[in-house]
Design a binder for this molecule. Structure first.
Ligand code: 5GP
Ligand code: MN
Length: 335
């Protein structure tokens, strides 16, 4: 069995030992969970089951609809607070700080922080932070194998889901031989890549297709077509018969145009806050932009939330991304 040792073995060993010693676990991840949050959480939950542990999974928001048929989804509790968790450890996946969970009441618990985002605050009793992982699911895979748990079809499915989605369907940076090695083992355990890709990427509602049309119709190009600006609000959702959940993945569409180096997606819904998501190609670093506005993420996928009117905020954000594009293009790979 091939397994790449983690960059710093100590937290990995400590977390492995803590999991073996402890009995009752709560697993959580970030608000508005994505495929990596769901996949990492459920792979871990099935592994803890196999070890005879007690497991609860609590998230602040439900997962998008196309994840609902994956094994174990019914186990996820949705709550903004956990009163008296009564567990031995809380495993926090994919969160650079605890507030990213949107779940209150966990602050005093024994926190096990497992994350691959840059800028992790190391808030746990145990902290395993590995930026070289393409998905948190890669880290969970290594942990599960080190715990001696066999790669069941459920676990393999969730690890593969985590990697497939967090690499943007094998588009983003950070993909390494290890990524494919883990995927190979998942496929050997029974995962069918074509089925996974169809379930994740070809499960749009008609409303979502209409929304894609409306978004792209309104798309603006700036910086000589290097930056695409997408905008969405509640009226657009209503007009197209779509929901906020239908927006997942749409930000990647403009990147399929050769000239476009980055996309920014402004979502103005409900609360009046402006949710800003960004994607980029190659060395255009949108995480740096996000962190300047109080958010985070990865070089090619990052986001933040700002309060205020988009009309006042837009130019500052767009100009900052245009600068990131200029910097990124300087070091663009030749092929
Ligand atoms: P998305 O645009 O899909 O919401 O997020 C893209 C990436 O950026 C994800 O890895 C996500 O975890 C991260 N991200 C998005 N918004 C925030 C934020 O407000 N704070 C931090 N720390 N990370 C974020
Ligand atoms: Mn992730």
């Amino acid at each position: 069995m091939t397994q790449t040792p983690p960059s710093d073995p100590r937290p990995f060993e400590q977390i492995r030992n803590a999991i073996l010693e402890k009995q009752r676990f709560l697993i959580t991840s970030h608000a508005r969970p994505d495929g990596d949050s769901i996949g990492s959480q459920l792979a871990m939950a099935f592994a803890l089951d196999a070890l005879g542990k007690q497991v609860r999974i609590v998230n602040s928001d439900p997962a998008p609809d196309h994840y609902q048929d994956f094994p174990g989804m019914e186990r996820i509790e949705i709550a903004a607070r956990v009163e008296k968790p009564d567990v031995d450890a809380v495993i926090v996946m994919e969160c650079s700080d605890l507030t990213r969970t949107g779940v209150a009441g966990l602050e005093q618990e024994f926190l096990v922080n497992i994350d691959h985002h840059a800028g992790n605050r190391m808030y746990g009793a145990l902290n395993w932070h590995d930026e070289s992982s393409a998905a948190c699911g890669e880290m969970v895979f290594d942990l599960i194998r080190a715990l001696g748990v066999p790669l069941s079809l459920e676990i393999a499915t969730h690890v593969y889901l985590a990697i497939l989605t967090d690499t943007g369907s094998f588009h983003h940076s950070h993909i390494t031989p290890r990524t494919f090695d883990i995927c190979r083992q998942c496929v050997e355990a029974g995962v069918t890549p074509a089925v996974m890709a169809r379930r994740v990427f070809d499960s749009n509602s008609f409303g979502k297709l209409k929304l894609i049309g409306a978004l792209l119709d309104d798309m603006e190009l700036v910086d000589e077509g290097r930056l695409a600006v997408l905008y969405m609000d509640d009226q657009m959702l209503a007009a197209t018969g779509s929901t906020n959940n239908d927006t997942e993945g749409l930000i990647n569409l403009p990147l399929t145009a050769r000239e476009i180096q980055a996309v920014v997606f402004f979502k103005v819904t409900g609360t009046g806050d402006v949710r800003v998501s960004m994607r980029s190609k190659y060395d255009v670093d949108v995480r740096e932009v996000a962190s300047e506005f109080g958010g985070g993420g990865h070089k090619n996928a990052a986001g933040f939330t700002v309060t205020g009117h988009l009309a006042d905020l837009r130019a500052g954000i767009v100009n900052r991304i245009v600068r990131a594009i200029a910097q990124g293009l300087e070091s663009r790979p030749a092929v």
